[in-house]
Design a protein around this ligand. Structure first.
Ligand code: SF4
Length: 686
């Protein structure tokens, strides 16, 4: 069996964007997937789920041909019959055209997210949207709140190169669990610990696999990280750790910040966070005396009504100590803003009509059930075209989402790799290629490489790429744009050229191009990205989002969370698991075997108080509904905190609806954003 090793790039929704080496047999099947040793962030390491990608690539349940639903919604493949591609695309085009004729073009909502992070196959749907004046999509489900918080202080979406972690003396992983969700980060942490004796601090409401490895684990109550950050800064100022020369040069208002923080001492933060004053003081002093301190800012603590304010507060820490100025110092949230790509061609931005309405993707439940707060005075959504996402499971307030998809007057076409629970609600299901079967270009959150992944296999069965399907629909709908006449690789090459970047041929054999800026730029020694060149301790929230009036200008604890009450005293975090990535791997046998079953981690004393033990069924509920899972006693969290891990399919739950039944579709401030970890609940024996 001839074997060759071919380069690729992991497309999944994970900051690491690993450079891959894929074993290929006979040009048709893949074997093991490894990290590329020559790409200096990946350094030969990938997570277990992608190492076993053959399981997903060659899964017997891969969709193989276009399907037309002839039976009930929600049943799955048995409710569909195969049709030809031409018939399927004709039918979709006709349905979208009829819907637009009846209600206006905004009744059609192309809906997507990050099932692939490749720009052509992910964002090309916007070219069709803009060319047809369909409703736009507010991309709020992941990074809206975290972006807002980071931009408020730093002014641009980039930070210090993750490879510099190896030069750090203190790494603070705040609100993330890289051992489970972006393992490559731990490679660089391990190097710093081994070579420099660096300390690792993890801030997370529960003892994650990453926290298990930490020297210090701080577990604040969900939604209180801003208070912790403020108390740390209070100590930095009070005990002489603040770098006043650095702040005078690089920050907007250090005196105002110091005065504001005067009352935010460790005792104040202890009352809010549930941490002890000693824990806060100990961390503050360690952070203050370590100049080469690197904060790896995660997404977790931003998924809260006050998430932007929380993340902003944390970004202020290295500006107080001046850690930004040191190699191995500073912070990184994401480098997705590092390379200025001109996306006009891919996304059809030259056809965007700013008058078209924008619907919030996180509020798909309210949108589909006719909430006027979302629809305004515009038409209902009567047609969805979906790529790269599975809202029946991943979107908040699942009850509304399910009710919306059940509407008999809603036409749904989905382009997918598997018969997901969203696909099972569709009228037409189109089979999609995987990243191994199409070309794309990938920026990264965690590192500085731009990478191109070329197809390493031909399409499975009748599968077509997202780009091909968009172009096929555009042709039938009469949508005009030069991008519809180009291949994916032509789009990539042209996009690089109009962005002033090296062309496709200039990328390495492995497919990468390091865009790392000089030290002075990545450490903001030439100034931060605001007009005044300063880091902003006083956030201009009005410049970031429309709902800014309540947000505190200085970093603070912004007490607008769903803190709970006597009826719902517990705080639920629906965290990611190691083996699923949203829902992308929740159907592979090895991932299911490792994760077991939907489980709640509950403090042992709380569990005993309910008369329950390990493995017993527990009901978690709030005003939106309740779900039954199995309980496990776990002492790595505060008594008021409950954790579930992984986006299990709805059918894995006894009552057929998953954990997002409990999460809220309320938008975070100041410009929306899903609040998945801001949920009060009650617990009872099931
Ligand atoms: S760590 Fe992230 S980027 Fe790397 S292979 Fe796994 S999912 Fe993909």
């Amino acid at each position: 069996m001839p074997l060759d090793i071919v380069p690729s790039v992991c497309p999944h929704d994970c900051p690491s964007a690993c450079a891959l080496e894929v074993e290929r047999f006979d040009g048709r099947r893949i074997g093991r997937v490894r990290g590329a040793a020559g790409q200096s962030y990946t350094r030969g390491v990938v997570c277990a789920k992608v190492a076993r990608y053959a399981e997903r690539q060659h899964h017997p349940a891969r969709l193989s041909r276009p399907l037309l639903r002839v039976g009930e919604k929600g049943i799955g493949e048995a409710a569909f019959m195969p049709i030809s591609w031409d018939d399927a695309l004709d039918e979709v085009a006709e349905k979208l055209t009829r819907a637009a004729q009846r209600h206006g073009s905004e009744t059609v909502w192309p809906y997507y997210y990050a099932g692939t992070m490749g720009l052509v196959q992910r964002d090309g749907i916007n070219r069709l949207r803009h060319a047809m004046r369909y409703s736009r999509e507010h991309l709020s489900i992941c990074s809206m709140l975290s972006d807002a918080g980071w931009l408020a202080g730093v002014g641009t979406k980039r930070g210090v190169d993750g490879r510099e972690i190896a030069k750090s003396d203190l790494i603070v992983v705040w609100g993330g669990n890289p051992v489970s969700t972006q393992v490559n980060l731990m490679t660089h942490v391990a190097a710093a610990r081994k070579e420099r004796g660096a300390k690792l601090v993890v801030v997370d409401p529960y003892r994650t696999a990453t926290a298990e490895q930490a020297d210090i684990h701080l577990a604040p109550l969900p939604g209180t990280d801003g208070a912790l950050a403020c108390a740390v800064m209070h100590v930095l100022f009070k005990e002489g750790f603040a770098d006043r020369d650095y702040m005078a040069r690089y920050a907007d208002d250090p005196d105002g910040l110091e005065a504001h923080l005067a009352t935010r001492d460790p005792a104040w933060a202890a009352r809010i966070t549930g941490l002890s004053e000693d824990e806060i003081l100990g961390f503050a002093r360690l952070y203050g005396r370590t100049k080469r301190s690197y904060i790896r800012v995660g997404y977790g603590f931003s998924r809260s009504r006050n998430g932007a304010a929380q993340l902003f507060a944390v970004t202020c820490l290295p500006a107080v100590t001046g850690a930004w100025a040191y190699e191995g110092g500073g912070a990184l949230y994401s480098n997705l803003g590092l390379v200025a790509l001109d996306l006009t061609l891919i996304e059809g931005l030259d056809r965007l009509d700013p008058a078209t309405r924008i619907l919030d993707q996180s509020r798909i439940g309210p949108v589909l059930t006719g909430d006027r707060r979302d629809l305004g005075d515009g038409p209902p959504v009567t047609a969805l075209f979906i790529q790269n996402t599975n809202p029946m499971v991943v979107a908040p307030e699942s009850a509304l989402v399910h009710r919306g998809f059940a509407r008999s007057d809603l036409f749904v076409c989905i382009h997918e790799q598997f018969m997901t629970e969203t696909a099972a609600m569709a009228d037409i299901v189109l089979p999609a290629t995987t990243f191994l079967e199409h070309d794309d270009i990938y920026p990264a959150g965690a590192h500085t490489y731009l990478q191109i992944g070329r197809a390493v296999l031909g399409p499975y069965a009748e599968c077509r790429s997202n780009h091909d399907v968009i172009c096929g629909l555009a042709d039938r709908l009469g949508a005009r744009h030069p991008g519809f006449a180009m291949s994916a690789i032509e789009l990539i090459d042209r996009t690089l050229r109009i962005s002033g970047l090296p062309n496709v041929e200039s990328f390495s054999k492995g497919g990468w191009l390091d865009c790392c800026p000089p030290f002075e730029t990545s450490h903001f020694l030439e100034g931060f990205a605001h007009a005044d060149g300063k880091f902003h301790f006083r956030a201009d929230w009005a410049a970031i989002g429309p709902h800014h009036a309540e947000l505190p200008a200085y970093p603070d604890h912004f007490a607008i969370i769903d803190a709970g009450d006597l009826e719902q005293p517990f705080r639920l975090i629906a965290a990611p698991s190691r083996s699923f990535l949203n829902t992308s791997f929740n159907n592979t046998p090895s991932s299911i075997a490792r994760e077991g079953r939907p489980t709640a981690l509950v403090h042992p004393e709380v569990l005993a108080g309910l008369g329950l033990g390990d493995g017993d069924r527990i009901r978690i509920g709030n005003r939106r509904g309740s779900v039954v899972v199995h309980a496990r006693g776990f002492d790595g969290l505060q008594r008021r905190v409950v954790i579930t891990e992984g986006l299990w399919p709805n059918h894995a739950f006894e009552e057929g609806i998953g954990i997002n039944l409990l999460t809220s579709a309320d938008p975070g401030l100041p410009r929306g954003g899903a609040v998945f970890h801001d949920t009060s609940v009650w617990l009872s024996p099931a």
